[in-house]
Write a protein that binds this ligand. Structure first.
Ligand code: FAD
Ligand code: MLT
Ligand code: ZN
Length: 492
């Protein structure tokens, strides 16, 4: 186990759990929903990357909003810090405790409440797993407006709290547009009913937006009302190879012009990323065995007319090939081929984290991945990957991939183990570079613990100050997900 070094002291304003607290939680939730078992706690104390590790002694599993409210009311009056946890797939250390915070898992709150089949509006509890919601909706002719590699574990409440982007953002946009309403429990236990179902509602401040993307620092999301698009009949997917990044950029522009609203995903990865997937994915084949290319692009289109949609994509690819933007390419011929194309992209993340482990010889060491999730102007997006390679030399593998259609680069730097000297060569350089190019240091993963004290690279001092004031107003004792999102020094 390797842990990222974090230089934050446990806040002295928080109490420590005592037997009266445990007794209260057991009387209210029942013994089995008050988890003190070591194995279950150790899984909940560690994040998905195995990079951040807390030492919580208690995990609570509320079954409804009222129980969440009672838990928070108690914790607030006792100054017990808490961390809300969804599927624990977050990538910035936001979902696990830093010290002994009580973990409040939403896993037992997984009921679908209603689906308005005329308007496509789904209301459900926050603990519903994204993939389960999608399967439920598919039977009713709808889909979730977001899709991500973690869909089998992440929860809609976690998605809302991180404002997750994902693979279909280019088509369906941000959760700030798709979430119609929320029910949220505030730090003192107040239940805020904002569970609207309207597309338009300009009656004062739209407070639900404060909670979308606030990473559990302002309240616990307990219910969600979400606009779901109709499930369209035809989906086409092409995996393409490009000789350089400029061709990828031009391809994006042409695709937007020619395929327009039909585009439902536009992803890219560099050849190092592709090689890594192929080397570590059982049964994976290079789709272009005879040649290796510098960049790969996945374009998905979704529409309502099978033959017309396919012909449109084929014609676009042919023109792009003739114009030299594409060096090679294939359209998935059936659903199996489509899922094998998607697997290359979705498995990238997982394989990357494991690869050094596979390579290490005598000693079994967990690999270390330094992940950066940057929003940048598309024309600058790959420059940082090319700057990092000579900067780090042989000791690190630098790969670039991401949601090119949304200007979102995932810059990943893989080393054998976490090392402060390597970190010092990466940070603050990456953040300064991003700030200089007026990008964002978090396109979609959030700030969590990893970037709580880096927020100033992307937000002005006045904005950060107002955020801190809002945090203090809603959570005066600072019990909600402490040490995350904002610099701790601003909240004392
Ligand atoms: P968690 O990880 O449990 O929590 C995330 C944050 O939200 C924490 O700060 C937590 O305290 C808070 N939180 C969770 N539930 C609640 C709640 N009910 N109320 C209040 N706060 C809450 N992210 C993307 O944006 N796009 C991607 O394409 C993408 N792909 C991924 C692929 C893989 C393989 C993995 C492992 C992760 C990926 N992620 C992606 C990151 C992650 O999946 C998302 O951030 C996801 O939205 C987190 O959901 P979760 O339920 O796992 O939340
Ligand atoms: C993705 O797009 O795959 C996710 O955001 C996770 C990652 O950064 O690898
Ligand atoms: Zn992503």
């Amino acid at each position: 186990f390797t842990s990222a070094a974090i230089n934050i002291q446990r806040s002295p304003s928080f109490s420590k759990l005592n037997s009266d607290d445990i007794g209260y939680f057991k009387s209210m939730l029942g013994d089995k929903n008050v988890v003190q078992d070591e194995d279950r706690l150790s899984a909940a104390n560690v994040d998905w990357m195995r990079k951040y590790k807390g030492s919580s002694q208690l995990l609570l599993l509320p079954r409804n909003t009222e129980e969440v409210s009672k838990i928070l009311h108690h914790c607030n009056s006792r100054h017990l810090a808490i961390v809300p946890q969804g599927g624990n797939t977050g990538l910035v250390g936001g979902s696990v405790p830093v010290y002994d915070e009580v973990i409040i898992s939403l896993a037992s709150m997984d009921q679908i409440i209603s689906l308005d089949k005329v308007n496509g509006i789904l209301i459900c509890e926050a603990g519903c797993i994204l993939e389960n919601l999608n399967s439920f909706l598919a039977n009713e002719g709808f889909i979730m407006p977001l899709d991500l590699g973690a869909k089998g574990s992440c929860q809609i409440g976690g998605n809302v709290s991180t404002n997750a982007g994902g693979l279909h953002f280019i088509r369906y946009g941000s959760l700030h547009g798709n979430i119609l309403g929320l029910e949220v429990v505030l730090a003192d236990g107040t239940v805020l009913d904002m569970l609207g179902t309207l597309r338009k509602d300009n009656t004062g401040y739209d407070l639900k937006h404060l909670f979308i993307g606030s990473e559990g620092s302002l309240g616990i999301v307990t219910k969600v009302s979400i606009l779901t698009p109709p499930k369209l009949l035809s989906t086409n997917l092409a995996l393409l190879a490009c000789k350089d990044f400029l061709s990828c950029q031009k391809l994006l522009l042409e695709a937007k012009r020619e395929l327009g609203e039909a585009i439902s995903a536009f992803e890219f990865m560099d050849s190092d990323a592709m090689d890594m997937v192929l080397a570590h994915m059982d049964g994976a084949r290079n789709p272009f065995p005879s040649s290796s290319y510098n960049f790969y692009v996945l374009i998905e289109t979704t529409g309502s007319d099978e033959s017309y949609d396919k012909a449109k994509l084929e014609a676009f690819l042919l023109r792009s090939m003739e114009g030299g933007l594409i060096s090679d390419g294939a359209i998935a011929q059936d659903i199996n081929q489509a899922s094998s194309f998607w697997q290359i992209r979705e498995k990238l993340m997982f394989r990357k984290a494991m690869c050094w482990q596979g390579m290490s010889e005598a000693t079994v060491k967990a690999g270390a991945v330094y992940k950066y999730d940057l929003s940048l102007p598309v024309e600058k997006l790959y420059d940082i990957v090319e700057e990092m390679r000579p900067r780090l030399g042989e000791k690190a593998k630098v790969v670039g991939y991401g949601h090119l259609g949304d200007g979102n680069l995932h810059l990943n730097i893989i080393t054998k183990q976490y090392d402060n000297n390597i970190l010092a060569q990466i940070e603050p350089f990456v953040y300064e570079w991003t700030s200089t190019h007026r990008g964002s240091i978090s396109a979609e993963h959030g700030l969590g613990l990893m970037k709580a004290d880096k927020i100033h690279y992307s937000k002005s001092p006045e904005t950060v100050q107002l955020m801190a004031s809002i945090k203090k107003l809603l959570d005066p004792s600072g019990i909600l997900n402490p040490y995350k999102v904002l610099p701790q020094s601003m909240l004392q």
